[in-house]
Design a protein around this ligand. Structure first.
Ligand code: FEO
Length: 174
């Protein structure tokens, strides 16, 4: 059984995951508006991943006898100065999310909630991946500078990002 504190903390995290999805969909809209469909595709996949994260937490709350309470989502950012700006915001956002996952893990340790610790381990590892993905693209973009041709090459590469089938399969099987 989830403690009330852990239940509330996870409900807050469900809200953050949906807010993350909303932010990345807003970034997808920005990239579509400047005709970079590969970047927009990458952000739409990110949008799907964040919803899968939210659902993973959702299922866990019910698996542990808790109650999901959905909260309102804030207005996502809508103005971006450049692709670099969007990925700098992505990087900063993922670092904040990592901090929240770490806080959840610390709470699970404090409460001697071993099932939550085990569950959260997946998210600890996922955040390493999330930060690395954003950081790799940000570094590439910084090197590209004003070379539009290279930007289009990156756009074509990002268009290949596969759908998060594994994450969805994990969620579906739980
Ligand atoms: Fe759900 Fe991007 O972390």
């Amino acid at each position: 059984m989830l403690s009330k504190r852990m239940e509330e903390a996870i409900n807050d995290q469900i809200q953050r995951e949906f807010e993350s999805a909303y932010i990345y969909l807003s970034m997808a809209a920005y990239f579509d508006s400047i005709n970079l469909p590969g970047f927009a595709h990458w952000m739409k996949i990110q949008f799907q991943e964040e919803q899968a994260h939210a659902l993973k937490f959702y299922e866990f709350v019910y698996d542990r006898g808790g109650k999901v309470v959905l909260k309102p989502l804030g207005q996502p950012p809508v103005e971006f100065q450049s692709p670099v700006d969007a990925f700098e915001q992505t990087m900063a956002h993922e670092r904040r999310i990592t901090g929240h996952i770490n806080d959840l893990y610390a709470l699970a340790i404090e409460e001697k909630d071993f099932a939550s610790q085990s569950f959260l381990q997946w998210f600890v590892e996922e955040q390493v991946e999330e930060e690395k993905n954003a950081s790799d693209i940000l570094e590439m973009l910084k090197r590209v500078g004003d070379h539009y041709h290279t930007l289009l090459m990156i756009d074509r590469e990002l268009a290949q990002r596969p759908a998060p089938a594994e994450t969805q399969a994990d969620t579906a099987s739980e």
